[in-house]
Design a protein around this ligand. Structure first.
Ligand SMILES: [Zn+2]
Length: 525
């Protein structure tokens, strides 16, 4: 869009160019007289040279024979060896041209002048007749045509619909296109009769397709119209969240807007005429008769005061609440209360999101199923799980010590298994379902000496892949934390029953090697 004003001045400078052109012609006129003077001087010089050349005699005979243009360098070469002759020849050659070409030069100059004059008059004619500007204009026009799509794209970019951020935690959002705000009441009427699959909130956005924007509060109000006192309207921000609250097959309309000043006394005053002023809106919402109640009453929800005027017994009325910097308008008790919750949830979500971006960027773990067929059995009756046994292992049959495939091969060789494997990269593999008893703990008992040689029965085994010289790396600790937290929640496993293999083994197992239990327990909490 900013290109246009620049384009227009670009078309204009032609008159200036024509001025320059005439100036150029004037300059050329000057040059012509100067050239004539120079030509006279040169002719005189040439005459003198002729005489000198004649006086020089024999050496000069070579020069006329030489083709001055082409042969000069070749001729010069051998002559150049003779130092005294060289200068002479050069001197003679140059003037020798002059007498031969002086007439031609005059002819060339004359023809050049004629050409310049012709060109000058041609351009003058073009400018004065206005033909050149026209052709110049057509060019920018075609340029403009080429630019038009770019511009319209820019415009489209500028007009990209800005959707105000929702003021409630609405699960669904519905955008209704309208060509004119007069269509709003009918659309609202349709919405009220609609059956929503999901109970709760649906945000309603009216998009004006002509102006390509989302309808604001003021336009929404003027669509019915609803008469709202000036001071109240001025105290409400135009970006608002219109919603339908669906509950038990009944839809209730409402909206939330932020306030930019204290409008509480104005709203109290408005109560007297609110029913009449909102009549057009409530007629669309299904109000048939005069409100049951004669005046507004006070109530509160979780410490937040609100006012209401009951229209009919089926929880239909004019309800509003001013709390924090919000004005909530709802058409039922239930939707008003839920909206207070929804606004609070939205607020807490916004703040927690802000916190999240500041704090950790912890990787998201997931469990990859790689179910094996050996090393476990599934009990007929569901087993009790209350213990987690942490192991460490690596591939010692050759190749990559961290190879998951090789470690699984080893398991297969010994017909053993753990429920989970955590790779050196922190990837979590599930080999055996939690419900199955895997053979990972071997002989041993709980630290208190109980449940001897049956540790597998009530435990889940996790193998961390690293060598004896190492310890788990950071990502493995994090993955383990993720997995253990999951299992703790699922099976209600207390912290003291998160054990290392060495804590239960009666056969001298030493894994998990170099495992920092304190650090792990800290990350777990
Ligand atoms: Zn072990």
């Amino acid at each position: 869009m900013e290109n246009n004003p620049q384009n227009i001045p670009q078309n204009i400078p032609q008159p200036e160019e024509s001025k320059e052109e005439t100036l150029e012609l004037l300059k050329r006129g000057e040059a012509r007289t100067m050239q004539r003077d120079l030509a006279k001087l040169r002719e005189a010089e040439a005459e003198q040279e002729k005489q000198r050349v004649a006086a020089l005699g024999e050496t000069k005979k070579q020069a006329p024979a030489a083709n001055p243009g082409i042969l000069m360098p070749q001729e010069n070469e051998p002559i150049a060896k003779e130092i005294p002759k060289k200068e002479e020849i050069i001197q003679t050659l140059i003037p020798a041209q002059k007498p031969a070409s002086s007439f031609k030069k005059i002819l060339i100059r004359l023809s050049a002048i004629i050409i310049v004059l012709l060109l000058g008059s041609f351009f003058y004619w073009l400018f004065s007749a206005g033909k050149l500007p026209k052709t110049e204009i057509t060019r920018p026009e075609t340029e403009n045509i080429a630019e038009t799509p770019v511009e319209s794209e820019e415009i489209a970019e500028e007009l990209k619909i800005v959707i105000p951020e929702a003021l409630i935690s609405a699960g669904f959002s519905e955008t209704i296109e309208i060509a004119d705000i007069t269509a709003i009441p009918q659309m609202v009427s349709q919405i009220m009769q609609k059956t929503y699959e999901n109970e709760g909130y649906s945000r309603i956005l009216f998009q004006n397709t002509k102006e390509n924007k989302i309808i604001g509060l003021k336009e929404f109000i003027s669509a019915f119209p609803v008469t709202v006192p000036e001071k109240i309207l001025a105290g409400l921000e135009n970006d608002f969240t219109l919603f339908v609250y669906s509950s038990k097959g009944t839809n209730r309309l409402g909206f939330v807007a932020k306030t930019n000043s204290d409008i509480s006394s104005e709203v109290s005053l408005w109560e007297k005429t609110m029913e009449a002023d909102t009549q057009n809106l409530f007629a669309v919402l299904g109000k048939k008769d005069k409100a049951l109640a004669s005046s507004f009453k006070s109530s509160s929800y979780q410490g937040n005061a609100f006012r209401f005027l009951t229209i009919s017994k089926d929880d239909f009325g004019i309800c509003y609440s001013l709390f924090n910097n919000y004005f909530i308008f709802a058409t039922s008790f239930e939707s008003l209360e839920k909206t207070i919750d929804a606004v609070k949830i939205k607020e807490s979500q916004t703040t927690s999101l802000e916190k999240e971006t500041v704090s950790t960027t912890s990787p998201i773990f997931s469990i990859v199923d790689n179910i094996i067929t050996w090393g476990f059995y599934t009990p007929k009756t569901p087993r009790l799980i209350d213990t987690i046994i942490i192991h460490s292992a690596y591939n010692n049959i050759g190749g990559d010590v961290y190879s998951i495939d090789k470690i699984i091969q080893e398991f297969q060789m010994y017909k053993v298994a753990s429920h989970y494997l955590i790779s050196r990269e922190g990837k979590i593999y599930r080999l055996v379902l939690d419900e199955a008893i895997a053979y990972h703990a071997g002989k041993g008992s709980m630290p208190d000496g109980s449940r001897t040689n049956v540790v597998n029965n009530f435990s889940v085994g996790i193998e961390l892949i690293y060598t004896e010289e190492e310890g788990p790396n950071e990502i493995q600790y994090q993955a383990l934390t993720y997995l253990v937290k999951n299992l703790q929640q699922k099976f209600n496993i207390p912290q003291e029953k998160i054990l290392g293999h060495k804590d239960t083994s009666s056969t001298g197992k030493t894994d998990p090697w170099n495992f920092d239990r304190e650090k792990f327990i800290q990350t777990l909490n």
